[in-house]
Unconditional design. Structure first.
Length: 183
């Protein structure tokens, strides 16, 4: 198992880099290729994935990003490629905030994450982040209330995706959503 690599970045692809370490070039899938500079020596945290028919390395620019990835692949039904693709669209801090505040709408915006996976992420990971069990229905209740008020689902999802209030009650989230929807 490879924990990390330190070497010169010799190639940057669409979703991977090649890092030269001791004359060997390692192809490493990464979430943010813009974090790496061609020709520079860099340190990256890694995770090795070994399947029956596949083997590859995934790289991370920080320990926090690697921890977020490891948490995601620990969720029932989420694999390494879905987790790395989800991290492309967010930051570990934003992901943790969304989980802590039960924000299913935000999680559903991540590539490869649907409503069922978003609810499972909250159920499996909220306790790790906040020490309490998740309540994935919290924003769903707000969504239902806003639908009954006549707002369109696309507008509701867009607004709820931007609300990450950790200790807000349903009424507070509803008030914030209404304020944003009325703009």
């Amino acid at each position: 198992m490879y924990y990390s690599l330190k070497g010169k970045i010799s190639f940057i692809g669409e979703n991977f880099i090649v890092i030269e370490v001791g004359g060997i070039g390692y192809q490493v899938l990464v979430s943010h290729v813009e974090d790496y500079v061609l020709g520079e020596e860099q340190f990256i945290f890694t995770h090795q994935v070994t399947r029956e028919d596949d083997q590859y390395l995934i790289g991370f620019s920080s320990r926090l990003e690697k921890d977020a990835f490891l948490s995601l692949i620990g969720v029932k039904g989420l694999g390494p490629k879905t987790a790395i693709n989800a991290l492309k669209a967010t930051t570990p801090e934003a992901l943790n905030k969304a989980i802590a505040s039960n924000n299913i709408a935000y999680l559903k915006r991540l590539p490869g994450i649907g409503a069922k996976a978003a609810a499972q992420i909250i159920l499996d990971l909220k306790g790790q982040i906040t020490g309490e069990k998740g309540d994935p229905e919290r924003y769903e209740d707000v969504k239902k209330a806003l639908k009954q008020l006549g707002f369109k689902v696309a507008a509701i999802d867009r607004v709820l995706a931007d609300i990450n209030e950790e200790n807000a009650s349903m009424e507070q989230v509803l008030a914030l959503a209404l304020k944003k929807l009325r703009k």
